[in-house]
Design a protein around this ligand. Structure first.
Ligand SMILES: [Zn+2]
Length: 348
């Protein structure tokens, strides 16, 4: 199952055409008192997946249903969009949810709507000013709020969710585990050393993966120094199917806590892997959700296979270290295992 890009552009009062935007970016304006007059929405996907939408237009009412790329609304008539509905179509629509959030006059950001629900100001004669749209695989995200965190990496505490038992085997898969840092490079330090935390989780995860039938390759299995540039090479030479780079975070603020993951923005498979591991870690550890970070980083940029860097908690945070030492290391490995199993087994 692939990751779906949703693209959209808009027509804004006094500005004209804006966009295209994608995957949760704001199309339109906020706080400028300018009406959104029209939108076009389309998808980038090879799947049997389409998108259709209707807008409620000032003085006109609900417009006819529009299909991917068609203009919904008006241009040059000075009429505001007031509400919108969006839904997915096609055989693969059952595997995905579409979420959309609007910014409305006098109201601000409204709650995310999904899968054909109406959002906006129907009957209140208020203008829409901006819209954001996201498409997410079903079962991977827990709520529209969570999706927003994935896209924007905005920290927000979340209650732990009772995790499902991981299912599936990994026979035939080669997985490279990279415990970050080591030897003369301890990484982030607090009550624990990051390099030790990384190695502990790596070895637990490696056993779990082996029990499921995977062949596991490590970049290190003891407290030794390995050059950063050599780590992707080890995975590439092994022909690994996935690269799991285990790190922990550090901050000068000892109260900083929580979970994030890093992936390479050009790899759809890597993004999917990272979201799944992030979700597994959120569910297992229940720490603050710091979201997905897409950026160039040696581990994820120079690996030939889908890759993720996990930062499950902070070595510089005493509470995170205490959790780690009281069952948290095992939960962390389980969370990453959940993500790996979901990568291969959930609706693929
Ligand atoms: Zn690190």
């Amino acid at each position: 199952m692939g990751y779906i890009n949703v693209i959209y552009d808009g027509h804004v009062q006094d500005i004209g055409d804006v966009g295209p935007f994608k995957n949760g970016e704001l199309c339109g304006t906020t706080g400028k008192s300018k009406r959104l007059e029209a939108v076009k929405i389309w998808l980038e996907t090879d799947l049997d997946l389409g998108i259709e939408y209707e807008g409620q237009i000032q003085d006109i009412g609900w417009d006819a249903t529009k299909k991917a790329g068609e203009l919904c609304g008006t241009q040059g008539q000075g009429k505001r969009l007031e509400s919108i509905r969006i839904r997915l179509t096609g055989a693969d629509a059952e595997k995905y949810d579409v979420y959309y959030g609007v910014h409305a006059q006098d109201i601000g950001n409204m709650n995310w709507a999904m899968n054909g629900e109406r959002t906006g100001t129907e009957g209140m004669s208020l203008r829409l000013e901006g819209i954001k749209i996201i498409i997410a695989p079903k079962g991977i995200v827990m709520s529209p709020d969570t999706i927003l965190k994935f896209m924007k990496a905005e920290p927000k505490p979340a209650a732990p969710v009772t995790p499902a038992a991981p299912v599936g085997n990994l026979y035939g898969n080669i997985i490279c585990i990279n415990p970050g840092h080591g030897g003369s490079d301890p990484g982030a330090c607090g009550d624990l050393r990051e390099s030790d935390m990384n190695l502990t989780v790596a070895l637990i995860l490696g056993l779990m993966l082996t029990e499921r039938g995977a062949q596991v390759v490590y970049t290190r299995t003891s407290d030794v120094h390995v050059y950063l540039s050599d780590r992707p090479v080890i995975a590439n030479n092994a022909g690994a199917d996935l690269f799991i780079s285990i790190h922990h975070n550090g901050s000068s603020d000892p109260s900083s806590s929580g979970t994030c993951a890093i992936c390479y923005p050009e790899s759809d498979a890597g993004i999917r892997l990272a979201i799944l591991c992030l979700n597994g870690l959120y569910n297992r550890l229940g720490l603050q959700q710091r979201g997905l970070i897409q950026r160039d980083d040696s581990d994820v940029t120079y690996t030939d296979m889908p890759a993720v860097i996990t930062e499950a908690s902070f070595a510089s945070c005493s509470a995170d270290c205490a959790l780690f030492q009281n069952g948290g290391a095992e939960l962390e490995a389980l969370g990453i295992l959940d993500g790996i199993l979901a990568y291969f087994w959930v609706a693929a």
